[in-house]
Ligand binder design. Structure first.
Ligand code: SF4
Length: 267
């Protein structure tokens, strides 16, 4: 990955675990998000940088949520709510790798139970006849065709395989597509967006498009994302996309910040 233009790295002060605190300031429209991130100093893959990016995304979302609440528009999403967990969810290649590490580290009974839930989801998907469409078509855009696929999938009511007892079993690692799906409309509306208006929060800081773009530019035989329901099948080839996007952690972090700032400026 090419270093960001005019990058003047802060003087690193490595901690014993090889990370350093980096102050950041990000213009997101009219708002400024500033803080400090604990970033690895050494060569870091984009997958290894994800914990830092998840904390960054959380800071941005919290700021947006506070802003909405102060204007009398509290978000409806709660940790225990799973109203959107039978939606068609895209996962970027780097998040898929991160989830694959977590899955392989699970105790065997948990892995088997998860594999069973994936199998059952794939059986429902095969019976629906949607398998080819969700693989061949680009359904993350805002087009009539994308909206059709998303709704057709939703009406199959295929629960996300990570959903256990109505809660996300990988909450800390859940994809950015899940983190960035916040609504101010009633949760029940998420069950049938065609019949009920779902009012999504337009987050100024979104990591999904950035990771997606990087994945697509590095692996030109992919879109940079794929349907989360196909994760176990994707893992069979044991891919490691992060290995192809590595740099000193500070440089990688700065490059992501630059991309986020550019996205916010063009929004
Ligand atoms: S990964 Fe978690 S939050 Fe995302 S759809 Fe699955 S269960 Fe829901």
């Amino acid at each position: 990955m090419a270093p960001a233009e005019a990058y003047n790295p802060p003087m690193p002060q490595p901690s014993p675990d090889g990370s350093t605190f980096v102050p950041f300031r990000l213009a997101l429209g009219e708002a400024i998000l500033s803080g400090t991130a604990l970033v690895p100093v050494g060569i870091t893959t984009l997958t290894e940088l994800l914990p830092v990016l998840r904390r960054l995304e959380q800071s941005g979302s919290e700021a947006a949520i506070e802003g909405l609440a102060s204007r009398g528009q509290p978000i409806s999403c709660r940790q225990a709510c799973s109203a959107c967990c039978d939606h068609l969810v895209p996962v970027t290649l780097f998040e898929a790798e991160s989830l694959s590490f977590a899955i392989r580290a699970m105790p065997p009974p948990q892995q088997h139970a998860l594999a069973d839930r994936f199998r059952s989801a794939l059986q429902q998907l095969a019976a629906s006849g949607l398998n080819d469409r969700i693989q061949a078509e680009d359904w993350i855009g805002d087009t009539p065709s994308a909206r059709h696929i998303v709704l057709d999938y939703l009406y199959q009511r295929i629960p996300c395989p990570f959903l256990v007892d109505s809660a996300c079993s990988v909450y800390e690692l859940r994809p950015f597509a899940c983190r960035e799906y916040l609504v101010v409309s009633p949760p029940a509306h998420c069950a049938d967006p065609a019949a009920n208006a779902v009012v999504r929060v337009n987050l100024p800081l979104r990591l999904f498009p950035i990771l997606n773009r990087i994945g697509a530019s590095v692996f030109d035989d992919t879109r940079g994302w794929f349907p989360l329901v196909l994760l176990l099948a994707w893992m069979e080839a044991d891919p490691h996309p992060g290995d192809s996007v590595s740099a000193p952690g500070l440089e990688l972090f700065h490059e992501i910040l630059t991309g986020l700032g550019a996205s916010a400026a063009s929004a």
